[in-house]
Write a protein that binds this ligand. Sequence first.
Ligand code: FAD
Length: 282
Amino acid sequence: MERTLYTARLERKECISESAQCYHFEFAVSSDGNNVPDFPFTAGQFVSLVANDPSGKEQTRAYSIASANNSNRPSNIRSGNILDLCANRTGGGFFSNYLADLAPGSTVAMHGPYGYFVLKQPITDSILISTGTGIAPMRAFAQWLFPENGPNASLDRSEGKEIWCVYGTRHESELYYREEFEALAAKHPNFHYIPTLSRAGEEWTGLRGHVQEHVARIIEERAAKLGQTLPLAPVDPTIRPADLTFDINAYICGLSNMITSVREKLTSYGWHRKQIIAERYD
Ligand SMILES: Cc1cc2nc3c(=O)[nH]c(=O)nc-3n(C[C@H](O)[C@H](O)[C@H](O)COP(=O)(O)OP(=O)(O)OC[C@H]3O[C@@H](n4cnc5c(N)ncnc54)[C@H](O)[C@@H]3O)c2cc1C
């Protein structure tokens, strides 16, 4: 099938962590020289960016869309074709450095959206687990669940379900979008922002350690509250996969080591593989 090649024009770029060299990008999407009125995608999906490296070889890399489908943009700005990305420089890599050096007004080729890393419907209690730039699709989920601006501003798509956003990084200066998540948590009692640092300085009073430790605590406290025994009883193997439903799901995004550790932890509590939705960056 022929895929549409779009042009993404960098409208705004902001360094959101000097120490991690991480950038927030806002791109306007156009096709054949015209702004596309709307670029439809589902929160959690990614786009593929295409550019030639210094040797002239075409390179393609995936980047999660770090915004929901325009639901959070003030209605007075052009919005239908804008999407946010978030990327950090990786040592020796071409594309991440190409993006980090891109000047506002420049363009990059793009196709998509792609991917199945999306929230299951109906919304259940959910643990969003990420490290580093794996926060990008979590920001999109949060914006979709709790729209702040635009035509859907009065919606609360969480349906009162508990949403835990567990975010791991090394240092406090690498908590990307921290203010946004804190503001959301202050406004919505069922949204819990749980940052944890693996190399925190003495001044840090928040959580320490890796994400899987805090995910374990969430699951154990929830089970105690609901009177569940852990590990959970295995799911009846005669139930067709399409008919399986769960009262909680986990969404994990980041590098594969972290995803494997979290998956092992969840499996040890009796979680079914269908409850664990993951997006690997490497
Ligand atoms: C579905 C999907 C979505 C992605 N979304 C994002 C995103 O939103 N933001 C983002 O920054 N990257 C994202 N990535 C990773 C991205 O595609 C590139 O791999 C990354 O930017 C490095 O590209 P590069 O050309 O600079 O280096 P490469 O030569 O491709 O890779 C250099 C090394 O960096 C590792 N690496 C890849 N991604 C990261 C990362 N984010 N942090 C640290 N090390 C990394 C790779 O395993 C590799 O060992 C995503 C990858 C996938 C598959």
